[in-house]
Design a protein around this ligand. Structure first.
Ligand code: PMV
Length: 331
């Protein structure tokens, strides 16, 4: 019997960047994310009688392949089983948009693999498990806004939980592709390098919780302006730690900078829109849901006029739901 699960991508509004512990992925700082409806990963897990796991995941290098097998070992330990699995995974994400993250991949794998082994885990237990696959995956177990505490609460309490937004908070996220091809440094490696060498890293950790607390309160009060301001501050601080690493590193392309300027220019004209960037060149823009479609066009036009248009169509997403099982989907 095979089990298929679907988990949506999430984007951190207040970033996780740095680990307390490399094995269990205990984050050095908390984070706040938005799970997105349009993008995600579908994963089917089937227990098989074979000597080795059979893993088929898109664009996977040897290291990602090994991480999936390690994760399956973890699930087998929980289930007290040594049975191998066939894993088939598919990403619903345009590859150029930089959204094909490990977040939805490990969240979908956590749900499908535990069910395949007959384990019934609560969302908290699933989130904790997904975190061990990838820190950001802990948040993709949940829909909408999710808060992940820092690892200092301890492994058992380090899982994501939902934040209930004020009913009037209507948000969307636009994704501006700002480069072609794969990114130059993985989030895992970028994080490790920053933590090891950046003099700004301790400041990042020390100043982080103020942004996180303010952003969570802004979601609960439905204050898009405060949320957007804290979001921009968080991403710029995160990228500053990388610029100050030794050697320094920059994920932004010239198109990234054009996108940031477009967001600022449109905001100056009265549009409520705010940017964030992850470990890659692409820019994500938080805005009002009702204004998302017109903003999509304005951003494109602004960047085109500046001579640095987006590297692909600007994508639009709204808050998405929690990771879930799909009935009777064949691999
Ligand atoms: O858990 P990872 O390796 O996908 O790291 C995520 C790092 C950022 O995307 C930059 C920030 C975040 O909180 O998602």
């Amino acid at each position: 019997m095979h089990i298929t699960a679907y988990a949506h991508t999430n984007i951190a509004l207040i970033k996780y960047w740095g680990k307390l512990d490399g094995v269990c992925n205990l984050p050095a700082v908390g984070s706040l994310s938005l799970t997105l409806d349009n993008f995600g990963t579908q994963t089917t897990v089937e227990r098989i009688d074979a000597a080795q796991d059979q893993v088929s995941i898109p664009l996977a290098d040897a290291a990602s392949h090994a991480r999936v097998i390690q994760f399956l070992d973890l699930v087998r330990t929980l289930a007290r089983s040594s049975q191998r699995c066939r894993v088939v995974s598919r990403n619903d994400v345009p590859t150029a948009a930089g959204l094909a993250s490990s977040a939805s991949a490990f969240a979908a794998l956590a749900l499908a693999a535990t069910k395949a082994f007959g384990l019934e885990l609560s969302p908290a237990e699933l989130s904790r498990l997904a975190r061990i696959g990838s820190g950001s995956a802990a948040r993709s177990i949940l829909g909408g806004f999710a808060h992940m505490p820092p690892g200092s609460v301890g492994d058992a309490a380090c899982y994501a939980h939902s934040i209930t937004p004020a009913p009037h908070l209507d948000v969307a996220l636009l994704v501006i592709p700002c480069a072609e091809g794969p990114k130059s440094l993985s989030s895992r490696e970028g994080m490790r390098h920053t933590q090891a060498t950046s003099p700004y890293y301790p400041v990042w950790v020390a100043t982080h919780s103020a942004d996180l607390t303010a952003a969570i309160q802004a979601v609960e009060k439905g204050d898009l302006i405060i949320l957007g301001e804290r979001m921009e501050h968080s991403t710029l601080k995160m990228h500053a730690t990388l610029l100050a690493a030794d050697p320094g590193f920059c994920y932004a392309s010239s198109t990234t900078l054009a996108a940031l300027q477009a967001v600022k220019a449109l905001r100056a004209q009265g549009h409520a829109c705010y940017f964030t960037m992850d470990a890659g060149p692409h820019v994500k823009v938080l805005c009002e849901g009702a204004a998302a479609s017109s903003l999509q066009q304005h951003l494109f036009d602004h960047m085109l006029q500046a001579g640095l248009p987006p590297k692909g169509p600007i994508l639009r997403a709204h808050p998405g739901k929690a990771a879930h099982l799909l009935p009777k989907v064949s691999a």
